[in-house]
Design a protein around this ligand. Structure first.
Ligand code: ATP
Ligand code: AH0
Length: 382
């Protein structure tokens, strides 16, 4: 199958900025990842997005944009356009001529039970601004087919798991863990569709905690947590949530877990305890896997928190597994999600499924996304 050069854009639940990546892929097994770029949001803008989550709770129909959401969507889109511009004027510009952009946007509401998921991002505007075709709104069709609308990265994780370098090649079952604001896993068996679901809070609670208690946006390299101890009772209270008993498919809204159960802890104990919660939530996912995984590959910003990774490694090794970070397998753990959006855009153009009954609970494997051309709009392939 022909390969296509695609840009992927992700602004995740951590709301810390825009990840940009570029990929040459056939959307199936050929994957050549190029450079990537992270364009951070300044604290003020992150606060605006965070505040908008409250406003977004009023949304009943997913096209609605109450209050400040109209302006915010415009600004988020323009910021993505500038990010693409900056990316293409760097060395990435010489890497390949992009034929399409996969645009995630910013999730401000995700209520799978009510069949609604809202990502702020105006694909048509991005196409006009960049002069490139844009595939966006990739979660909606999955939901329209009975799926959770998340996670979508599994199709990419599955493809990556099938082309791992030595000594990791063929070590199935492989589990990819993405520790973003929320964490999610993809279980890749030797044969058959991947199994995926959100596993619980990733960095979002830690970020909220250290911002509120310590005035910093995240616990860089787990330094704050290094001064603290795990308060086991608090971990247990978080782990008592009914969410953990459910098997997949399941997905979370950023606000499904809050700091309420950590109230009263001292700053460093809170950071350490919430890191323990993140790791425990990921390990808990093994109860919903057909077999214990042999290899865990950790992606996302949380792989830089040594407490989350350390606790995960301790628990996984007890189950006979090896835990590595994306870089150990020659991958870029900061860019995996953005690369995934490039990969999914190519799949969308080719009419290939983005999601499967085992990843989101959709009734059948379905494609998705809307294609916006710089000068017209239509469905991919149309
Ligand atoms: N050096 C670091 N040490 C500890 N944590 C870090 C470090 N760098 C980033 N992080 C954490 O990673 C988070 C960003 O992760 P990531 O970019 O994977 O999130 P995201 O794109 O919002 O993901 P998702 O959509 O999966 O929720 C930051 O908010 C921070 O908590
Ligand atoms: C609705 C939404 O934006 N969900 C995000 C979020 O962040 C992590 C987890 O929760 C995952 O379900 C998803 O993102 C990744 C990229 C996904 O769809 O695979």
């Amino acid at each position: 199958m022909a390969t296509i050069c695609a840009i992927g854009l992700m602004s995740g639940t951590s709301m810390d900025g825009i990840d940009v990546a570029i990929l040459k892929t056939d959307g199936v097994s050929a994957i050549e990842a190029g450079p990537s770029l992270f364009v951070p949001y300044e604290a003020e803008f992150r606060k605006r997005i965070e505040a908008s989550l409250e406003t977004a709770r009023q949304i009943v129909k997913r096209q609605e944009r109450p209050g400040e959401l109209v302006e915010l969507e415009h600004e988020i889109t323009i910021r993505h356009a500038r990010a693409v511009e900056a990316f293409l004027s760097s060395s990435a510009g010489d890497w390949g001529r992009p034929e399409v952009i996969g645009f995630h946007g910013q999730t401000v509401l995700h209520r799978p039970q009510a069949g609604i998921t809202v990502q702020l991002g105006d694909g048509a505007l991005l196409a006009r601004q960049t002069g490139l075709p844009v595939v966006y709104d990739m979660r909606a069709n999955d939901m329209a087919h009975g799926g959770q609308g998340a996670p979508l990265v599994p199709a990419y994780h599955d493809a990556l798991a099938r082309c791992l370098p030595e000594p990791y090649a063929g070590g199935f079952p492989v589990v990819f863990v993405n520790i973003g604001g929320i964490s999610n896993i993809t279980y890749v068996p030797a044969a058959g569709d991947p199994i995926a679901f959100d596993t619980g809070p990733g960095n979002a609670l830690i970020d909220q905690w250290v911002l509120r208690e310590g005035g910093v946006p995240f616990d860089a390299d787990g330094a704050i947590a290094s001064e603290g101890h795990v308060v086991a009772g608090v971990v247990e209270r978080y782990m008592a949530a009914p969410f953990f008993l459910k098997s997949g498919p399941k997905s979370l809204d950023r606000n499904d877990f809050t700091l309420a159960l950590a109230e009263g802890l001292e700053l460093s104990d809170g950071a350490r305890t919430l890191a323990a919660v993140s790791a425990k939530a990921i390990l808990k996912a093994t109860e919903h896997m057909p077999e214990p995984p042999r290899l865990w590959i950790v992606c996302g910003g949380g792989r830089k928190n040594p407490h989350i990774v350390g606790d995960l490694r301790t628990g996984a090794e007890k189950m006979g597994a090896t835990v590595i970070v994306a870089e150990d397998a020659g991958l870029d753990g900061d860019a995996t999600e953005a690369e995934a959006w490039a990969f999914l855009a190519v799949r969308s153009l080719k009419g290939l499924p983005l999601t499967f009954p085992t990843t989101t609970g959709c009734h059948e494997a379905v494609t998705g996304g809307i294609l916006a051309q710089p000068d017209k709009m239509g469905l991919p392939g149309g």
